[in-house]
Design a protein around this ligand. Structure first.
Ligand SMILES: [Zn+2]
Length: 355
């Protein structure tokens, strides 16, 4: 739910019924540039950073607002302050706003409204509309100028469309995308996703695990988008291979909520149903225990209990390698490492429950 944030003291069409609290957030940023250089926007890289910081501050405030039950934040004020020390310039970005309750939050304006709008915001909106229209055409390939705009103007709201484009590219066997456009997409996509907020990026990436599951799990790994909660939601569907393919991915930080969800994933993996079965072999000719594994593909091989199918697959696809649960040795190893990660987290995290 997107909280309304505005620099004005009131909100059109809604009445403020309660002032909850003054919310603040501040961030310290170190650079080798002076603040004036940054604000003049002379340097694209820093303007991009500044936009990112601003976005992060807005998200922090929105989160704080939501956690105190606010419908909106009014009177938003942003301050940039330069501080010097140890020969380096740092600056502090502070944002202050008042969390309020509204009488008719649903009827309130759906987008942020300003007293006055910086031209960069106007340009940003225009670029968003233009690029959004271009991306609606599957044949359109983003060019270098488009990517510069996306990055310089932090057009993060294009993420769902860009992600979709990435999946289509991963899926297609005969490409209709020109080579240059394809190269640009591949080069820019991961840095773009990395610049998004964790929750926002996860929302986009986990929205489609169907089109090209393994391209998606590569993104999850490359962008540290391991999201235990979203993976738990995936457990309802029969997709253990995809779930296992995500276990090696990380997220920026782990807390007790993550740990709880990770334990649910562990429990799911511990209780995978058998997809194959064992049969009694004809004595020691087949194996020490005389056991035969019949894997889900119907191969029969002589293995120890818990072993993996040794049958060779057709068309040079290697060894079948499935065990009685239908998973490969590499997957068993991923699960082992995942359990180890859980144990390490248990040792590092303070317990939620009082002793
Ligand atoms: Zn097999």
């Amino acid at each position: 739910m997107n909280l309304i944030v505005t620099t004005t003291d009131s909100i059109e069409g809604a009445k403020i019924t309660q002032y909850i609290d003054v919310l603040r957030c501040s961030m310290v940023v170190g650079t080798d540039l002076a603040l004036t250089d940054l604000l003049s926007g002379a340097n694209n890289k820093y303007r991009y950073q500044l936009n990112k910081i601003y976005d992060k501050g807005m998200r922090d405030l929105r989160q704080k607002g939501t956690s105190v039950g606010a419908d909106a934040i009014v009177g938003l004020h942003t301050d940039f302050e330069e501080i010097f020390g140890k020969g380096k310039t740092k600056f502090v970005v502070s944002m202050v706003g008042t969390a309020v309750k509204l009488d008719c939050p649903r009827k309130a304006v759906p987008v942020d409204k300003y007293d006055s709008v910086p031209f960069t915001e106007v340009r940003r909106r225009q670029l968003f509309i233009t690029l959004n229209n271009k991306l609606a055409d599957d044949k359109y390939a983003l060019n270098e100028d488009d990517w510069n705009d996306i990055i310089n103007y932090s057009l993060f709201d294009l993420a769902p469309q860009i992600y979709r484009r990435y999946l289509l590219l991963a899926k297609e066997t005969i490409s209709s995308t020109p080579l240059a456009g394809k190269k640009l997409l591949l080069e820019n996509f991961i840095p773009f996703m990395n610049s998004l907020d964790f929750e926002d990026a996860a929302e986009v990436v986990y929205s489609d695990f169907v089109t090209e599951p393994y391209a998606t799990s590569e993104i999850v790994k490359a962008c540290n988008l391991f999201h235990p909660g979203k993976i738990v939601d995936m457990l309802k569907h029969d997709n253990k291979h995809i779930v296992i393919s995500l276990l090696g991915a990380d997220k920026p930080t782990y807390d007790n909520t993550d740990l709880q969800q990770m334990r649910k994933i562990e429990e799911f993996l511990d209780n995978l149903p058998d997809t194959g079965h064992y049969e009694e072999g004809r004595g020691s000719l087949f194996s020490k225990t005389g056991t035969l594994l019949v894997c889900e593909r119907g191969h029969t091989s002589a293995v120890e209990l818990g072993g993996h199918c040794t049958e060779t697959l057709e068309r040079g696809l290697g060894i079948c390698n499935l065990n009685v649960k239908g998973i490969t040795e590499a997957e068993v190893n991923e699960i082992k490492l995942f359990k180890q990660k859980i144990a390490v987290l248990v040792s590092l995290l303070k317990s939620d429950k009082p002793e």
